[in-house]
Design a protein around this ligand. Structure first.
Ligand code: SF4
Length: 224
C-alpha cells in the first residue's frame, strides 16, 4: 500500500468513494490537462488577493508567539501553511488555502473561484477541510517563508479550537458569492472518514458508487 497521500484525495472520497478507489487504490488518473489548468488558475486568483503580512524565517518566533497569544488575531498568507499528519501508517500532506487565527479559534477556509456558486458546503470540500483541521490539532504545520518550509512547534495551533468554512468567489470580479457558516472540527467525526479511506485502499471496504456521474472525469473507466 502507498505511504503518503495528498489531503485532496479525501476530497475525491467525499465526491465518490469509487472515484477515490480508482484514483488512489488502482492509480488510474484522469487526463491532466483540464485539472492542471484549473488548479493553476485557482492559485493565480488566490494569490492576487493576498494582502497578509508574510513573515520571514527570522520572524517566525514572533509569528509563533502571536499564535500562542490567546487574544491575538493572525491572518496567514494564502497557501503559506503546509500541513501533515499520520493515520494508520499513511502520511497525509496538504496546503491550506487560508488559515486565520481569531483569538481562540483557528479558522481554515477553502476558497473557490467559480463562475456560478453551488451555494452549499460540498462533502468533498468538507473532508479536505477536516483534514487540514486534523493536522492543526494532531499533526504538523510548516510555514513557507519563500526560502523553504520551516516546521512550527507542535503546540502552535494545538490549543485552538479548529473551525472550517468554504468561500466561493466570482472568478471574474472576485466578489463573494457564497460563504458557508463556520463548522467545528470534531475528531470523533473525522476518524471514521479516515478509517473508511484506509479500508478502501486496503481492499477491506467496498466503495460505494454515485448515481449521478455526469461530469466525472473517470466515467470512461468506471464499471461499478
Ligand atoms: S463514474 Fe460515477 S461511480 Fe464511477 S467514479 Fe465517477 S462518479 Fe464515481
Amino acid at each position: 500500500m502507498r505511504r503518503s497521500m495528498p489531503m485532496s484525495a479525501l476530497a475525491s472520497l467525499g465526491y465518490c468513494e469509487r472515484y477515490f478507489y480508482l484514483r488512489y487504490a488502482l492509480g488510474i488518473a484522469p487526463a491532466p490537462g483540464r485539472a492542471l489548468r484549473r488548479g493553476a488558475e485557482q492559485h493565480r486568483l488566490s494569490q492576487s488577493l493576498d494582502a497578509a503580512r508574510r513573515y520571514t524565517r527570522e520572524e517566525l518566533p514572533e509569528l509563533v508567539a502571536r499564535l500562542r497569544d490567546a487574544e491575538s488575531t493572525v491572518v496567514l498568507p494564502r497557501e503559506a501553511l503546509h500541513l501533515s499528519f499520520y493515520h494508520g501508517g499513511l502520511l497525509f500532506r496538504g496546503r491550506a488555502d487560508r488559515v486565520l487565527k481569531l483569538r481562540g479559534v483557528a479558522l481554515v477556509v477553502e476558497e473557490k473561484f467559480v463562475s456560478r456558486s453551488s451555494g452549499r458546503l460540498r462533502r468533498s470540500h468538507e473532508y479536505q477541510l477536516l483534514a487540514y483541521c486534523h493536522a492543526l490539532k494532531f499533526g504538523r504545520a510548516g510555514y513557507s517563508s519563500g526560502r523553504g518550509v520551516t516546521w512550527l512547534p507542535e503546540d502552535a495551533f494545538r490549543l485552538l479550537r479548529a473551525k472550517y468554512m468554504v468561500v466561493e468567489r466570482c472568478a471574474s470580479t472576485r466578489e463573494v458569492l457564497f460563504a458557508s457558516s463556520p463548522r467545528s472540527y470534531r475528531r470523533e467525526s473525522f476518524l471514521p472518514v479516515l478509517d473508511r479511506a484506509l479500508g478502501i485502499l486496503k481492499g477491506e471496504v467496498r466503495p460505494s458508487s454515485r448515481e449521478n456521474c455526469g461530469n466525472c472525469s473517470l466515467a470512461e473507466v468506471c464499471v461499478p
